[in-house]
Ligand binder design. Structure first.
Ligand code: NAD
Length: 401
């Protein structure tokens, strides 16, 4: 199959296996070029195939030599369609780990279900005995409640009043005005049900009941706060409510993990291009501006640089950097530097379609977006026929150590 990118709105419906492989390998090389991380040992990553979860799995494996079990929900290729990028990433990740004799197994299916929790528990019991780090990095548009069967859909809307602002159609290079009506109470509740902390608590409680959490276990979920400019749609919007709920879950979990001397933490991460962030109005334009300024300052980071810092500066060091007043780990510190935010706030009102390329790194945004799907990767011949059917070692039983 000749695989080219096919973009519709903010999604790409194809992915390139070789491109994804190289993009994962680049992340591995980055981690390998840095000093090793002292821990963790046995890790469960929920949402392990793309974005921040994949970076977490890579840092744990190639930075610390940890054994990882990755859970994700991805699509395999068939005769007509390529696999999803997370499928190819996970195939690449496992093959790179296995090449070095490092343990890595994956489970593909709905992490919100009880069945998936049971499968993960069984695999931990059988192979690892216990885990000392659980990363919770799901980003999903819907969740089926495992107890009631009810399906909740999340929305990305303001709360209380309509939001009027700018956004970008990145691939057309057009800056547009958007008007988003406020969410109903039900939409807020549904978004909290999908992206809040209930499922995270279910995972941790389930693993604790089965004695699969090691003494001193850490569990980390990811959040975003961002500047004033994005507050109406993010921090004070439906997704922000879900993230408040996630924080409440962290506090509850930390109490419940006390007998194990464990801790549930939230890391506030930088805005980066992922499939999840591309779907949020306003955010892609903000990211394009942020990239320009941070690249100029030499402080730009992607998922892998962020998560490496999370591990080395916060989670596995004898002198962790301070948390903020609310107890959050802040690896968005460079994004939130006052001079960066002052420049963004000054440029924001001036941005139009005509000056977009000059004022924002829209090319960098699009490049990163293509890279998520294995496109625009150096050294790949996109005219060449490739086999879209790629195996994940541990799922299809080839070469598993
Ligand atoms: P992403 O879309 O790249 O990754 C989502 C992951 O969740 C994938 O591995 C996917 O397979 C998995 N997933 C989705 N639904 C699933 C299901 N039902 N069962 C099993 N797996 C499922 O997202 P991301 O941007 O890396 O986001 C991860 C976390 O980081 C989220 O909590 C997000 O809010 C947070 N975060 C993201 C940003 C950003 O700019 N992207 C910034 C700060 C925090």
């Amino acid at each position: 199959m000749i695989i080219q990118s096919k973009i519709h709105g903010f999604i790409c419906t194809t992915a390139h296996p070789e491109g994804c492989f190289n993009a994962v390998e680049d992340q591995v090389k980055f981690v390998r070029s840095r000093k090793p991380v002292k821990g963790p040992v046995n890790v469960l990553v929920i949402g392990a195939s793309t974005g921040y979860g994949l970076a977490s799995r890579i840092v744990a494996t190639f930075g610390a030599g940890a054994k990882t079990i990755g859970v994700f929900f991805e699509r395999e290729a068939n005769d007509k369609r390529t696999a999803s990028p997370g499928w190819y990433n996970s195939a690449a990740f496992e093959s790179l780990a296995h090449r070095e004799g490092l343990y890595a197994k994956s489970l593909n299916g709905d992490a919100f279900s009880t069945e998936m929790k049971e499968r993960a528990a069984e695999l931990i019991r059988q192979d690892l005995k216990q885990v000392d780090l659980v990363i919770y990095s799901l980003a999903s548009p819907r969740r089926k409640d495992p107890k009631t069967g009810q399906v909740y859909c999340s929305t990305l809307k303001p709360i209380g009043k309509p939001f009027e602002g700018k956004t970008v159609d990145a691939f057309r290079g057009e800056v547009k005005d958007v008007l988003i009506e406020p969410a109903t109470e039900e939409e807020v509740a549904n978004t909290v049900a999908v992206m809040g902390g209930e499922d995270w608590e279910m995972w941790i409680d389930f693993l604790a009941q089965q004695h699969l959490l090691a003494e001193g276990v850490k569990t980390v979920a990811y959040s975003y706060l961002g500047p004033e400019l994005t507050h109406a749609i993010y921090k004070h919007g439906t997704i922000g409510k879900a993230k408040e709920n996630l924080k409440a879950s962290a506090d509850k979990l930390t109490k419940r993990l006390m007998p194990l001397k464990g801790e549930a933490l939230i890391s506030v991460d930088k805005a980066v291009v992922t499939q999840a962030s591309a779907a949020i109005p306003v955010v892609p334009l903000y990211i394009a501006l942020l990239y320009k300024i941070m690249k100029e300052k030499g402080t730009h980071e992607g998922c892998i640089e962020q998560i490496y810092r999370l591990f080395i500066e916060h989670l596995y060091t004898s002198t962790p950097l301070e948390r903020d007043a609310d107890g959050f780990i802040r690896i968005d510190d460079r994004e939130m530097q006052p001079d960066v935010q002052a420049r963004i706030a000054a440029v924001w009102p001036q941005i139009t379609t005509e000056n977009l390329e000059q004022l924002a790194d829209i090319k960098g945004y699009c490049d990163d977006f293509y890279r998520l799907f294995g496109f625009n990767i150096e050294g790949i011949d996109y005219e060449r026929d490739v086999n879209p059917q790629v195996r994940i070692d541990s799922i299809q039983g080839v070469g598993t150590p």
